[in-house]
Design a protein around this ligand. Sequence first.
Ligand code: ADP
Ligand code: MG
Length: 928
Amino acid sequence: MNLTPMMKQYTEIKKEYPDAILFFHLGDFYEMFLEDARKAAPVLEVTLTSRDAGKLGRIPMCGVPCHSAAGYIARLVNHGFKVAICEQLEDTANAKGLVKRGVTRVVTPGTFFEGLPQDQGRNNYIICVAPASAGSYGLAAADVGTGDFTATEFSGPGARERLYDEVFRLQPAEAVLPEGAKELAGLVKAAAPAAIGFYPETFFQAGRAAEALAGYRKEGDWPRAQMESALHCENADERGKGCSRESVSLFTEYGAAAAAAGALAAYLRETQKRDLAHMKAVSFYTPGGYMLLDAATRRNLELTRSLQDGGRRGTLLEVLDFTCTGMGGRRLRDWLEQPLLSPAAIERRLDAVAVLVEDQALREALRSGLKKVGDLERLAGRLAYGMANARDLLTLKDSLREAARLKEVLARHSTGKSGGDYRQGGNSGEPFHVEGQGNYSSLSAGCLLHEVRERFADLADVVSLIDGAIAPEPPAVLNEGGLIRDGYSAEVDRLRAVRRDGRGYIAGLEAKERERTGIKSLKVGYNRVFGYYIEVTKANLSLVPPDYQRRQTLAYAERFITPELKDYEEMVLGAEERLNALEYELFHAVREEVAGAIDRILRTARAAGEIDALQSLAMAAVRGNYTRPQVNDGGAIMIKDGRHPVVERFLGPGGFVPNDTALDGTARRVAIITGPNMAGKSTYMRQVALIVLMAQMGSFVPAAEAVIGVVDRILTRVGAGDNLTAGQSTFMVEMNECRTILSGATRNSLIVMDEVGRGTSTYDGMSIARAIIEYIATHIGAKTLFSTHYHELTDLDRLGGVFNLTVAVREDPAGIAFLYRVLPGKADKSYGIQVAELAGLPPQVLERAREILTELETRHSARSGAGQWATAVQLEMFPRPEEHPVIRKIAELEVESLAPLDALNLLAEYKAAVSGAKRRRRGKRGGR
Ligand code: ADP
Ligand code: MG
């Protein structure tokens, strides 16, 4: 026996999609067969049945109802499966023989935007990575829900690390890699919980990129020339932050980026199988245009995810996010994750934020408008996928109308008030206000707000189209009518009138028939099988007139029809059927027409998102009492009364003790910060990093005054004691991150190292910490904050550019109190026992600890014959850097090129050398 014709069709289609679960449309169900059914049934929690398939005998199958397919697809996709949707391509009623079927879309984890919460404040990315020769990588990322499409590349030393950092930033849902790129899969998996897919290597070639990119939107829609010009940055703001060149030709200059973008376009085309009209032109960015933030630093500074639970609570994003729209939320996150480097670009954003800080009326007007703007980017996505229902169109209409009002609000304010008002009004005490900015009028030409305003597209045609066509309260489904507004189509109106008349007649029938027959309990009803009927209870059957025809007998009653009722029924139902079909058709036409405006909608969405992000920063500034930083290329960081934006919120008003910071590229480069545990060292260092980052993203900052010389990178390392990330041994993690810092930092970087060396024994740790500080001070010259509980390290201030800070505590007989004041100078001791006392350790333990400490201190000072134990150890270990062989070796180390394992081995060797020497010396002493 042969395969049944349908199974033949099935296996042919399935052959094309071996790695996806095939949803085979059969009547009201999507059926899965064979292996697919076996894999999917347990995930979907549906019963596995079987079906006769000709020569294959009975084969396993399972199915899900079409109308609730979305939920099932979501489940499979969340389990990392792809789902190929195979539809019936013709009406079953008209088909001769087997219905034609074909796959209309392959849903993958990175393209299943329907499954996301609406207004989700972050993008859902699918990425492609294209490895190129000489260890460089192209990376492309797209969000099919919002239409974002970007590409970049990494080359030279550290390319892998930077790729990792960028993947970490994007947190893609899916990554598509060339077949066989196992190692790359490992890298991606380590950076993000992405589903990994492999795609033939041939798609990852720069040579094919142009073709793929031109083809992924409607054929011929996007010729190569246009494509290249699309690679210009969209606007000046973008130029300042994202692109190092005014225009780049992706194809010639950035082969790896082009290869990745090409592969991604081909993949999208193959899986989505539709014109992706809502996708924006690929925007190429060089991460060099942004401050570099490696994965560890993003984590440590808790920019968007807290260390505690990965949530938003306790993050910088939470403090700054006053956005009112989905696109504004994503924009703000972008800015936070990609701080700018160019002072001019930063100042442009700051100018706009300043206007919105000063002008409360403008800010409030924008905010209340924005709150009524839906997620236009996601709506555009739904439009492009033909998924928008009538309610979506209404949301779109209302949103576009509000967006147009936003534009008006911006326009009114640009002409209504003169710049002078802003300068004099309100916080004239702010030190860095618009002083010296010349003709600073609120929205004068050149101002970012003005420019964004110009980018709002005119969409009045779309608004009036939807307004005129779509009913005010349409149902969510499209096949039940009720979609089209009265007055839009004469035929719809006519059919509705017919239906209304029929219904009116039937509604009046009950009273009429009760009167005629004298049956008080007579009822007119409707059911799906029998249509309209007249119901008479058994007790009253004798009164039924002869023109009633029996249709149905129930236990307590009989149901009848009359020829007249049947006529009206036909009228109502016929009209309804035609109405539903006609409304559906009209709706489609309207949706198509609206989809033609996707480009304009997206442009408006972006503009609204930018306004939203700007007002959010302004709002945060007002709420947090922030000031405008001065941003320049000067290389110094001067902060007066700086605060930690997140901690101060937890402590409430007045609870946070502000502190100053003065770092520069010369005499005050490396600050060693000592002080007891819990004194506020970590908080202080992070606060400096966050203030710098906020300034460079264009935000006001929590300080009384701030002058920020832009930094090219912020690099942080948090000691193992504070580190909450699991996985590798903490000391190994610590050393890995140190290597990143020492190899990645430049003169213009800001380094924050918190208690480095804690993950190993005291001497090891202290040696490493010391060596690192020396290396930074003498080789790198980066601005550095280095906290340590090894107060022995404070003597490093003899190196040029190194100075000491300490966090003040007050000590009196009752114990110590934390003052949280950062002052010049060093801590003379660790206050460990005092902190233990604060923590409430039993008095006996504290007593004994004091005894031991005294004993240790006296023993050491006796042995070395001079001074403190601290100096003793230090002199013993570090006679003079150039004399001790281990120190010499450390100084000569090429830390950049050192593999972590080698570092550990060397460390062990140095340790052995040092402790061996000590033992020998001690031995000699003992023999004396
Ligand atoms: P350290 O790193 O020195 O051990 P932390 O920076 O972790 O100390 O600070 C410990 C706690 O002290 C913080 O959780 C915070 O509650 C409080 N704290 C830190 N800095 C300040 C400050 N400037 N003003 C008020 N409280 C602070
Ligand atoms: Mg700390």
